[in-house]
Write a protein that binds this ligand. Structure first.
Ligand code: AP5
Ligand code: MG
Length: 228
């Protein structure tokens, strides 16, 4: 059975951090709409030119654009064994479009990471990313501060363009208005789980993995029950 995962949660919850770990551990691609859009801004493509100002205001890029990106990405062969979506869906129309894309495929497992507002603001306003490859500083490296170098490529670590205090507050408002309704949209599904993201990253990883393993065991049980 394919491992089709969604990482849901507010800005700064740790979606990217945890999605990266899952992708490496399970050998499935991480599909981050934020990373795809930042890369487009960095290389100056047409998509990047359209997305830049919107992202820097802390607003959402149009549903039409991001649904198109994800539809095309989920059409590739490397998602056959599964994928992990980070930062998509972010609106109810995006979630409905994803359901349509998933018709006939294995079910979505929805993992929500829950973190309180003040912790999110602190994390985001102190986060550093690599200017060259976009990688987040590891939690334990963040204390190294600006001027430190990227572990992956050696590039300079800088603040993300949308991580200043005013834009962080705007992103959190956007989350409350447009994305939080997805907790209700997915919450009643048997494949929805929520974990407390205000714990050490390894603890969050362990809880997410336990949730996915329990769901896998449940579906195997159901499948063998159906055969019996
Ligand atoms: P996106 O890139 O998705 O940003 P976001 O949702 O605002 O989330 P972040 O990437 O800031 O946080 P995260 O949850 O990934 O946390 P992270 O692991 O980095 O989107 C950016 C923009 O692109 C949007 O505003 C929008 O304009 C556009 N966009 C993207 N997708 C879109 C869509 N589907 N529709 C429309 N527009 C879209 O962790 C954050 C920090 O906390 C890091 O420093 C990390 O080291 C640290 N940290 C992580 N876990 C822990 C922990 N357990 N304890 C302590 N620190 C931790
Ligand atoms: Mg992220």
């Amino acid at each position: 059975m394919a491992l089709n995962l969604i990482m849901l949660g507010p800005p700064g919850a740790g979606k990217g951090t945890q999605a990266e770990r899952f992708a490496a551990a399970k050998g499935i691609p991480k599909i981050s709409t934020g990373d795809i859009l930042r890369e487009a801004v960095h290389t100056g493509t047409e998509l990047g030119r359209r997305a830049k100002a919107i992202m820097e205001r802390g607003e959402l890029v149009s549903d039409e654009i991001v649904i198109g990106i994800v539809r095309e990405r989920l059409d590739r062969d490397d998602v056959k064994a599964g994928f992990i979506l980070d930062g998509f869906p972010r609106t109810v129309p995006q979630a409905k479009a994803l359901d349509a894309i998933m018709a006939g495929r294995d079910p979505l497992i929805v993992l929500n990471i829950d973190v309180a507002h003040d912790v999110l603001v602190r994390r985001l306003t102190t986060r550093l990313i690599c200017q060259d490859c976009g990688t987040n500083a590891l939690v334990e490296d963040a204390a190294a501060g600006a001027g430190s170098r990227c572990r992956k490529c050696g590039g300079p670590m800088v603040q993300r363009a949308d991580d200043n205090a005013a834009v962080v507050l705007e992103r959190l408002k956007t989350y409350q208005r447009d994305t939080k309704p997805l907790v209700e949209f997915y919450g009643a599904r048997p494949t929805y789980r929520s974990v407390n993201g205000a714990q050490a990253p390894d603890t969050v990883t362990a809880e997410l993995e336990a949730a996915v393993a329990a769901l896998g065991a449940m579906s195997k049980g159901a499948a063998s029950g159906a055969r019996a």
